[in-house]
Design a protein around this ligand. Structure first.
Ligand code: SAM
Length: 223
């Protein structure tokens, strides 16, 4: 029997949002795979968790994935965490999970659910969430125009992530490409000390004075 890979959600800002089961599992697994070991070590120190860590990130070579696969074949129990939120949602986790599923579908992959920025933002938007379109991050360069076309073509609530490096550019692009009546909710630094939620329309963005620092989820709705 292969070991187990536990996909563990961690807080997106407020350490109090970790679950009991996440702490318990992080304490008992053989190894924690981290997007950035320096980030996760702060979380582990806070909860006095001494489990060994190993990095697994965007630039990990296939050799690293094979090393993880080998550990699972040795019946090790591994945990996968990202810097914040739910691993596999717009972060490198899903590449690893996809590899494992294809290589050996008998490996148990289990989730310990918890925070995810996309769901946290949707939950306070007030927009329709029975159907929504999640678009991850807009592409940095090529494909950006198509991305914004996809936003305007959707009849459902649209939600996406944007980094602080491109938030101002992104808001200008929304003004240039979307209907001024389109409703917008910009969630900044959710669950953190300086959390802010900006609500209005795309037409009103020019006067919104969005603080461009921090982490953002953008939600748009026609209704
Ligand atoms: N897997 C993560 C999740 O489930 O939340 C998302 C990973 S993605 C690489 C990181 C992006 O999530 C950030 O650039 C930002 O757009 C969004 N994000 C993460 N934490 C956030 C927060 N506290 N407030 C607003 N957005 C956040």
């Amino acid at each position: 029997m292969p070991g187990t890979l536990s996909i563990i959600a961690t807080p997106i800002g407020n350490l109090g949002d970790i679950t009991f089961r996440a702490i318990e599992t992080l304490k008992t697994v053989d190894m924690i795979l981290c997007e950035d070991t320096r980030v996760t070590k702060k979380l582990l120190a806070h909860f006095e968790i001494a489990t060994p860590t190993m990095s697994y990130h965007h630039h990990s070579a296939e050799a690293k994935i094979r090393e993880i696969f080998a550990l699972l074949q040795e019946e090790k129990h591994l945990a996968l965490v990202s810097d914040a939120g739910t691993p596999g949602i717009s972060d490198p986790g899903n590449i690893l999970i996809n590899y494992l599923v294809q290589e050996d579908p008998t490996i148990p992959i289990t989730c310990i659910p918890g925070p995810s920025a996309v769901i946290a933002a949707l939950s306070i938007s007030g927009f329709r969430t029975d159907k929504f379109l999640f678009l991850g991050f807009p592409p940095h360069k090529k494909g950006r125009q198509t991305f914004f076309q996809e936003v305007s073509a959707s009849s459902h609530t649209v939600v996406f992530y944007e980094s602080c490096h491109r938030i101002e550019k992104c808001l200008s692009e929304l003004i240039a490409t979307q209907s001024p009546d389109l409703r917008i909710c910009i969630c900044r630094e959710l669950t953190k000390k300086f959390e802010q939620v900006y609500r209005g329309t795309v037409g009103g963005l020019v006067n919104m004075r969005v603080n461009p620092k921090g982490e953002f989820v953008i939600i748009l709705s026609h209704s």
